[in-house]
Design a binder for this molecule. Structure first.
Ligand SMILES: C[S@@+](CC[C@H](N)C(=O)[O-])C[C@H]1O[C@@H](n2cnc3c(N)ncnc32)[C@H](O)[C@@H]1O
Length: 239
């Protein structure tokens, strides 16, 4: 359960990209595949607007929570436990295959190529593949800058707080180091570290790889940075 809570703490509050996904969905004539859907931040938002969404994630526990939330709101959402780097679904007529919030930067280069091939195979002719990439990740640590504010969530009176404490260059990846703290209602406090590696990859590199996989680049869309989150470039590809 704690993985689900940390996922919600660190992802669920982000909403700067929702207008773009809503805009793309409104123009889509068919179902949407949300890759790396997690607990459903984007999937549920689009389902609330009446779109048919299939939520794919490698983590069955996250998708189980997504399903509970969908049922709680009487939303129709289908979930699929699968690897974004190599998936094979019965339907291949998705109007949009979308990968919000840097999910594709978790796949490493071979996985990214597998994702592009899988996305190409599942998007309808003329459909859209949209991939969010974090803009230039400037390295920092606590000794040199004011740290970003922590993400916080209260679940059953327990406070969960996740503070990015460093962004370190590891060559082909950037490591996001976080300090996770828990404060229970009876005052017990605990802390642990978490490290997430994001691939360093540019829009141009993904577009070139996508072309090799049979997708055609369209103009990139931008989600502006907010006080709490870096900006995002969304690679747009025609199927
Ligand atoms: C940064 S979160 C984004 C969650 C959600 N899309 C959002 O925007 O809030 C990345 C998600 O990708 C999923 N993920 C990581 N590697 C994956 C893989 N190989 N295949 C499918 N999903 C993966 C994680 O379980 C997680 O839910």
């Amino acid at each position: 359960m704690s993985d689900v809570i940390w996922h919600d703490v660190e992802c669920a509050r982000y909403d700067a990209d929702l207008p773009l996904w809503r805009e793309l969905a409104a123009r889509a004539a068919g179902p949407i595949l949300d890759v790396g859907a997690g607990t459903g931040r984007v999937t549920l938002d689009l389902a609330r607007l009446g779109h048919a969404v299939v939520a794919l994630d490698v983590d069955a526990a996250l998708l189980a929570v997504l399903e509970q939330r969908a049922q709680g709101e009487r939303l129709q959402v289908q979930t699929v436990v699968a690897d974004a780097a190599n998936f094979d679904l019965p339907r291949r007529d998705f109007a949009i295959v979308m990968a919000p919030m840097q999910t594709v930067q978790l796949l490493r280069p071979a996985g990214r190529l597998g994702f592009l091939r899988s996305a190409r195979a599942h998007v309808a002719p003329g459909g859209l593949v949209a991939i969010a990439l974090a803009d230039a990740l400037e390295c920092f640590d606590a000794e040199h800058v004011l740290l970003p504010l922590p993400d916080r969530l209260i679940v059953e009176s327990t406070l969960y707080s996740s503070q990015p404490v460093a962004l370190r260059d590891h060559g082909e990846t950037v490591a996001i180091e976080r300090l996770r703290e828990v404060l229970t209602p009876d005052g017990r406090r605990s802390a642990s570290d978490d490290v997430l590696h994001l691939d360093r990859v540019s829009v141009a590199e993904v577009e070139a790889e996508a072309q090799a996989a049979g997708l055609t680049p369209l103009p990139v869309r931008i989600v502006a940075a907010t006080e709490e989150h870096v900006g995002t470039s969304v690679v747009m590809l025609r199927g």
